[in-house]
Ligand binder design. Structure first.
Ligand SMILES: [Zn+2]
Length: 447
């Protein structure tokens, strides 16, 4: 790691901000003071962006998206601020933030909470890169503001027993399931047609409910050699690059999953709404950068997963797959219901992935043990289990953002009246969440 000796600009700026904020607190509330708080928040937000970019120089996975001024990134790369300096600056900035009392509407209050929690997570990530070891729960709490429930083998056994009945025959269940799923794989030469139709279906169901910015668009690329199955790289300007990993066979259900999750109403819509409402309308620079290892990821992944059932409620998904995607994939539509029934059960095994990650990352099982656990309790074939363990190595406790995030987002939306029988309320509350800087802690508090 390169050492850097430079001017302590960041620390000096943060201390000055803290002093300035303290003055604001002492003075009587006035328009001038409110204006000053706004200025302080803008300065803090600028420094936050600079620190996220500075940490991104050390950690290539950290900055998931950035579409602010390119000079800022170039500056961070040129400075190569050392980790201890990044930490110091972040801690100073947190003090400045504490002194700057939030004022304004609900979004302004959420903004203050957002910057606080995002900065605390940044400090944790610096600590991890500096060698600090944490338990799985400590890490997920510090980075994502959430802890996954501890579920033993007994939790998954009844679901596996049900699958065992649905997929009769000799041999272990994982083999029977793998063979069954093999009959629903999208042939490679039909993948683009199926995926294009799936995104189109997700977009059509989203547009009537979400006021998307004009000109929003995306491109799709097919890649291999990644630890993930698909990725949205948000470019700013309401554009996304969606990459789909074709290394492993892609079964028919993954088309809707990936299209909704990465596109509509998932990551593409989330990022476009944040840019439209918070970056452009309010001028908040902090949303131009998205640090992956941060509480924002639980909201991003949770809404992206929950968005699937919002876009395709009840049996609508099965109907769409049977009528549109099965024929495009050259699969027999008559078998769609049978496959859907199995898929719903396998989805309920998602928490087994968290358990494998917890045990593996805490050193209680090795890679072979984690693969065995994933095969037995998450019904992942060996090649998919190996890919998932690469994901654990690279992204660690990030895994819980998908399923726990989905459950937390659902509970939040339903607590606000957005139940499945009230689709209009559900879409409204879901869209409000997507267009806000609300973090996991804010999902609990609002219940
Ligand atoms: Zn995602």
């Amino acid at each position: 790691m390169a050492l850097w000796r430079g001017k302590p600009v960041a620390v000096a700026a943060a201390v000055a901000l803290a002093a300035c904020a303290a003055r604001t607190e002492q003075s009587a509330p006035s328009t001038a003071a409110a204006g000053e708080t706004r200025d302080i928040m803008s300065s803090i937000a600028d420094r936050y962006v600079a620190l996220v970019l500075a940490l991104g120089v050390h950690d290539p996975d950290y900055v998931d998206a950035y579409y602010g001024p390119p000079e800022k990134r170039a500056e961070a790369e040129a400075q190569k601020l050392p980790l201890p300096r990044i930490r110091e600056s972040a801690v100073s900035l947190l003090s400045a933030l504490k002194a700057a009392k939030p004022s304004g509407d609900e979004l302004a209050i959420l903004r203050h909470q957002y910057l606080t929690r995002q900065l605390q997570a940044l400090v944790t990530r610096v600590d991890m890169l500096s060698g600090v070891k944490m338990s799985f729960d400590e890490e997920s709490q510090a980075l994502y503001d959430a802890k996954a429930p501890h579920l033993g083998e007994d939790h998954f056994r009844p679901i596996l027993a049900e699958l065992d009945r649905l997929l009769p025959g000799p041999g272990p269940l994982i083999e029977r399931y793998t063979a069954f799923r093999g009959g629903f794989v999208i042939p490679k030469d039909r993948l683009d047609a199926v995926f294009t139709a799936a995104i189109d279906g997700c977009r059509r169901r989203t547009l009537p409910h979400v006021d998307l910015p004009a000109g929003e668009t995306f491109t799709v690329e097919y890649v291999t050699g990644k630890a993930w199955s698909a990725y949205n790289w948000y470019q700013g300007g309401f554009r996304s690059v969606i990459q789909v990993n074709t290394e492993l066979p892609i079964a028919i259900d993954r088309a809707i999953d990936l299209a909704c999750h990465e596109g509509y109403p998932g990551h593409h819509v989330y990022n476009a709404l944040l840019e439209k409402h918070l970056v452009r309308e309010r001028g908040w620079p902090e949303l131009t950068v998205y640090p992956l290892f941060s509480p924002q990821s639980l909201i991003a992944e949770g809404t992206a997963n929950y968005g699937i059932e919002v876009a395709f409620p009840g049996d609508e998904r099965l109907r769409f797959e049977r009528e549109h995607l099965y024929p495009l994939a050259g699969l027999d539509p008559a078998r769609a219901a049978e496959y859907d029934q199995v898929r719903r059960l396998v989805d309920r095994l998602a928490y087994a992935g968290n358990e494998a990650a917890r045990r593996y990352l805490e050193g209680r099982i090795d890679a072979a043990g984690a693969a065995a656990w994933l095969e037995q309790y998450a019904l992942m074939p060996a090649d998919r289990a190996r890919q998932r363990i690469r994901f654990f190595d690279q992204y660690r406790s990030y895994v819980l953002n998908y399923n726990l995030g989905q459950d937390m987002v659902r509970a939040y939306i339903e607590s606000r009246g957005g139940t499945p029988d009230r689709p209009e309320v559900r879409w409204r509350e879901f869209t409000r969440l997507l267009a806000s800087p609300r973090l996991p802690g804010g999902l609990d508090a609002a219940r």
